[in-house]
Design a protein around this ligand. Structure first.
Ligand code: UN1
Length: 511
């Protein structure tokens, strides 16, 4: 298409997207390790630097492509993703073990994001602003930041990257995308569709580097001045390191980090609805969403009944092969399984574990009713509901990223809100109540960026601001129009047509 023809003169049609160097990585199906989904060449720090240099060259011309034309390319990506929805969702399920129905939803989220931003190509508004002086006009423009390095997690291997890639490209930036290695195949598939839609290869660069190579390459690129924005989705610990590195180079990254998302259940709540919401947001996706439910905070009067119903629902829930109709499948990857086991090790004698007859990995020695899959090669774990959780417990204060949720009680709503805020994260939070006054007091008091009333903590819609506070991020917001502030900077213009030097603040008549 026309855009490609213009850009190929600058970057060449065959610009490399992956450069060999740092070894090989095999991305395996977490439901069956014998199934190798993708084999990729890992890059070195130099790979990342080279990609940012290539991106910097390509961005100059991409930024000259009119925004509505870039919007057409984004529209093309949306249509291609839609046409390949099933195959992309199957790949996501196979590579990270996400239940197929959720994987389809995740792919739909890319389509929704493209639909939203294709229109933004025809808006991307600046402002006309009155001047203090006659015969002078002021304007503002949004200008692209330049090169964005985007580092994404693999729990949402295609949707969350699209929240960065789509607006960054639409705004006229070039992107270097470093996906999680264990989701390398899904990342490659999305990049292929973007290139096919007309995003030039030098404008969207895909690199596979492991954690340390990424940090070294990023540091070198920041020093060389080939990176203008960093987007990172992942743990609070790694995000803090990214933030420190960017801060040393006076850059403000877009950080979407962990959560310890509370759900408050009031004494007047519809308990069946609350149980359903807790089940989906606590144990759906095996608890591996940044927005997954962390702590259940339930009014003392309904706590026993709520716990009984939730325990029953958990025992009836099907865990197993993610291609089927299951609440959740395997953990994403071995390192997430190891992390979950270390979380289980923090459980204390004062805890009562509910939801299953066993705790830990599902195996022939620890069977589970309704389970289907290969327990020997799949990273499957029992769901755990921890009763008797206290505020100094590890599981109360820290993100667990697994199928485990603790439950505690409260007497007054102020106390519940305080408990919700106590871990110091601030991503999402939910309240189940039939009393609007309680819902409003919850909104006023809770410190999270994304709130739900009578809905789950997870499952945000793609066009609302997405992001958190405290340990969940640095206040940046993705999605909708709000993300434009991540990928553009404001430029102002003073235009004086008076024919004389007019001095602001000095040549102004005040009454
Ligand atoms: C994440 O886990 O990093 O709100 C993002 C949700 C999803 C996104 C989760 N749409 O649950």
């Amino acid at each position: 298409m026309a855009v490609q023809a213009t850009l190929s003169s600058v970057i060449g049609p065959d610009a490399p997207d992956v450069v060999d160097g740092g070894g090989e990585y095999l991305s395996k199906n977490p439901a069956n390790f014998d199934d190798v989904v993708a084999k990729v060449a890992l890059g070195t720090p130099d790979t990342l630097v080279a990609a940012t240099e290539q991106a910097q060259r390509a961005q100059k011309e991409w930024s000259q492509v009119p925004a509505p034309v870039r919007g057409r390319v984004i529209a093309g990506l949306g249509r291609l993703v839609e046409a390949n929805k099933e195959s992309l969702a199957k790949l996501v399920t196979r590579e990270i073990g996400k239940p197929y129905a959720e994987a389809l939803g995740e792919v739909q989220e890319i389509v929704d994001t493209c639909d939203f931003f294709l229109g933004e190509g025809r808006r991307l508004y600046g402002q006309t602003v009155p001047s203090e002086m006659p015969d002078k006009q002021l304007f503002t423009f949004r200008v692209p930041v330049g090169v964005a390095v985007v580092i994404t997690a693999g729990n949402f291997p295609v949707a969350v990257p699209s929240w960065y890639l789509v607006p960054a490209l639409l705004c006229g930036n070039a992107v270097v995308w470093k996906p999680a290695e264990y989701a390398a195949g899904a990342a490659r598939a999305v990049a292929e569709l973007a290139w096919k839609a007309g995003v030039p290869k030098g404008v969207l660069n895909l690199v596979y580097t492991d954690g340390e190579a990424t940090f070294k390459g990023l540091e070198a690129s920041l020093e060389a001045g080939t990176v203008n924005k960093v987007g990172f989705t992942g743990s609070s610990a790694v995000g803090t390191r990214v933030g420190e590195l960017c801060g040393r180079h006076l850059q403000n990254p877009c950080l979407e980090l962990g959560g310890k998302n509370p759900m408050i259940v009031t004494e007047d709540a519809d308990l069946d609805l609350a149980v359903e919401g807790a089940l989906f947001s606590g144990w759906g996706t095996a608890g591996q969403r940044c927005t997954s439910l962390g702590n259940l905070i339930v009014h003392r009067d309904v706590k026993d009944e709520f716990t009984r119903r939730l325990d029953e629902a958990l025992r009836a829930a099907i865990v197993g092969e993610p291609g089927g109709d299951v609440l959740y499948g395997p953990m994403l990857d071995q390192k997430f399984a190891d992390n979950f086991e270390s979380i289980l090790d923090t459980l204390q004698p004062h805890h009562t574990t509910l939801g299953s007859d066993a705790v830990g990995r599902i195996g022939n020695d620890k069977p589970r009713k309704g389970f289907h899959g290969d327990p020997a090669t799949g990273l499957y774990y029992h769901p755990v509901l921890v009763d008797g959780m206290r505020t100094d417990d590890h599981i109360f204060r820290n993100e667990t990223f697994g199928p485990i949720v603790g439950i505690t009680t409260y007497d007054t709503l102020d106390e519940a809100i305080e408990l919700g805020n106590a871990p110091g994260y601030g991503l999402s939070a939910a309240i189940y109540t039939t009393d609007p006054a309680k819902a409003f007091r919850f909104r006023q008091g809770i410190g999270a960026g994304m709130l739900s009333v009578n809905n789950s903590t997870s499952g945000a819609e793609a066009h609302l601001p997405f992001g958190g506070n405290g340990k969940s991020g640095n206040g940046s917001r993705q999605s909708g129009i709000w993300v434009l502030d991540q990928f553009t900077r404001w430029q102002s213009l003073n235009w004086d047509f008076s024919g004389k030097l007019q001095k602001a603040q000095m040549d102004v008549d005040t009454v």
